[in-house]
Design a binder for this molecule. Structure first.
Ligand SMILES: Cc1cc2nc3c(=O)[nH]c(=O)nc-3n(C[C@H](O)[C@H](O)[C@H](O)COP(=O)(O)OP(=O)(O)OC[C@H]3O[C@@H](n4cnc5c(N)ncnc54)[C@H](O)[C@@H]3O)c2cc1C
Length: 531
């Protein structure tokens, strides 16, 4: 008999809820977490300025009406320490600690066909067996440092933002180099600029960013909002992005130009990326509509940045707005007016090497005391393929996915029985409010395992034909949008040698949920159930 019913790998939002949901369904569970604490993203990314860009009322669990009533968020967009406190509170409140093993990295998971169980190997050399293996390892958890010649010779400290020292890093009066201008780079830059003597922002690709308009939560507003939380959560689950939004419901291309400007400005003033990009129905599917919004955003950059040449350098032109993760910041562009901030264009003069005292581009040298990498992640697949996962016949997951990830519904992959992924590639995942997507997957997996038990089955495995059809659908939907036009991490473009496959599912959270429910209602259509 297996040691536990379910082995869960990872203890972020997904793993924490998985432990609770499976235990509540009467299953035995053990979760393994590489970190010394729970929280995943919100444990590791403790860099200054780390903040959620989905509102706290949305970016929180919905599974417990009591929890959502008890917990009060302090801000519209909570900072990392508050989200981490929330997740620790959840573990306390639901008594989850005994089932989570910290400081334990899963190095391998092998399907034993003879015994119909997974053998999970951890970095302490131990092995545990489980009937089911749930990989809750995170879409954005395998961090990526570019291989720069000479980095090992750098005399000062250097950190990736996802491995920021927990005790903090004092950059006061230092000359700091920041590499990476995605969501994280844009969050951390103004914080560093506030204390450093000099900040050099090394920019390869200018990025779009909308204001947060972050603010404290008003207790009166909170009381009124919480009175309708249940129906709000239902709307979120049925929505496109996992957040109920009110767009105009009209295409921009059918709207008079002044009206578009008025509408966009209203949303710009209100803050937040999702309501802004969701203003019109055609922005993410029609390049001409997208260009209108992009130009509106470039106008805002020109307003914020005093030097017109600098504003132009900061203005994204290489990709449609929204096709790369939209950044959010109240201070990023204006920060470049500070005398201690310099933008270095590494598109035209690429980084050449690091030397003990700084960094050299093909055009100049920059003396640095510290170096910060906000260079992102091997997204969606990295944390899965870094584990030696082996399915039927010893086939490695990394091998099966050599030309890009292949899944059925983003939750399972053929050849890997009784293995599930939470927010795997081929599901809405990073193109949604992830907490909504995580809950949906965990509940679907829990119900699938329950179904097997109720009907006398013990093994579930995706059919290759169902997987093929799903992948074709994921690709077709992606190519009906502007998303594939960007060199984004959605498509693996940030990792040298990674196959270019559009990985998340763009069909929307609500429709995706319905499809998953239909599959379940049809006795897990597209899966083989066996004993
Ligand atoms: C800086 C940042 C900001 C973000 N902001 C938002 C936001 O505003 N809204 C939004 O929807 N999403 C956001 N995200 C995405 C975020 O990752 C998800 O919302 C969510 O936190 C994912 O939870 P998870 O449990 O699936 O994965 P994670 O939180 O990544 O947790 C996975 C855990 O698995 C562990 N793990 C991985 N491999 C192993 C292994 N082999 N053995 C043991 N443990 C392992 C990791 O240590 C990690 O703790 C953000 C991501 C980042 C990086």
């Amino acid at each position: 008999m297996a040691d536990v019913d379910v082995a869960v790998v990872g203890a972020g939002f997904a793993g924490i809820y998985a432990v609770h949901a499976f235990r509540s369904a009467g299953l035995t569970v053990r979760a393994f977490e590489a970190g010394s604490g729970i929280g995943g993203t919100w444990f590791w990314n403790c860099y200054p300025g780390a903040r959620c860009d989905v509102e706290s009322k949305d970016y929180s669990y919905s599974f417990s009406p009591e929890l959502e009533q008890e917990w009060s968020w302090s801000e519209r967009y909570p900072a990392q320490p508050e989200v981490l406190r929330y997740l620790n509170h959840v573990a306390d409140r639901f008594g989850l600690w005994p089932f989570i093993q910290l400081n334990t990295r899963v190095t391998g998971a092998t399907w034993d066909s003879a015994r119909s169980e997974w053998v999970v190997t951890t970095d302490d050399g131990a092995q545990r067996t489980a009937r089911f293996c749930v990989l809750a390892v995170g879409c954005l958890s395998a961090y990526q440092v570019p291989s720069l010649p000479g980095l090992e010779s750098f005399a000062g400290p250097w950190y990736h933002t996802s491995r920021w020292p927990r005790a903090g890093m004092d950059l006061t009066g230092q000359r700091v180099g920041l590499i990476g201008t995605g969501s994280t780079g844009i969050q951390v830059a103004p914080e560093i600029a506030g204390v450093a003597s000099q900040l050099y922002v090394f920019q390869r690709t200018a990025n779009f960013s909308v204001p947060n308009r972050n603010r404290a939560i008003d207790p009166e507003w909170e009381r009124a909002f919480k009175a309708n939380y249940r129906s709000y959560r239902k709307q979120a689950q049925e929505s496109f992005l996992g957040v109920p939004l009110t767009g105009t419901g009209r295409p921009a291309l059918a709207e008079p130009a002044e009206q578009i400007q008025r509408n966009l400005m209203e949303r710009w003033q209100a803050g937040g990326g999702m309501p802004f990009l969701g203003a019109y129905t055609d922005v993410l599917v029609d390049r001409a509509a997208n260009d209108i919004v992009a130009e509106f955003m470039r106008d805002r950059i020109r307003e914020a940045v005093d030097d017109p040449q600098l504003a132009e350098l900061l203005s994204p032109r290489a990709f449609p707005v929204g096709a790369k993760r939209l950044c959010q910041s109240d201070d990023y562009f204006a920060m470049f007016n500070q005398p201690n901030v310099t933008l270095v264009d590494i598109r035209t003069a690429p980084i050449d090497s690091v030397y003990p005292g700084g960094l050299r581009t093909s055009a100049a040298s920059y003396e640095l005391d510290a170096l910060v990498f906000a260079t992102g992640f091997d997204a969606l697949t990295g944390s899965l393929t870094r584990i030696d996962v082996r399915g039927t016949g010893g086939v490695a997951l990394a091998e099966k996915w050599a030309a890009g990830p292949r899944t059925y519904l983003g939750v399972a992959t053929a050849g890997f029985p009784n293995m599930f992924m939470v927010t795997g590639p081929g599901s809405p995942s990073v193109l949604s409010n992830m907490v909504v997507s995580i809950e949906q997957h965990v509940e679907w997996i829990r119900d699938c395992v329950g179904y097997l038990g109720s009907y006398g089955f013990s093994i579930v495995e995706a059919k290759p034909s169902a997987e093929d059809a799903w992948m074709a659908h994921v690709t077709e939907v992606a190519h009906s949008t502007v998303f594939p036009l960007a060199d984004s991490w959605y498509i693996g473009a940030n990792i040298p040698g990674k196959p270019r496959v559009f990985m998340p599912y763009l069909g929307g959270v609500g429709p995706y949920r319905s499809r998953c429910d239909e599959v379940a209602a049809a006795g897990y259509e597209g899966f083989v159930l066996s004993v």
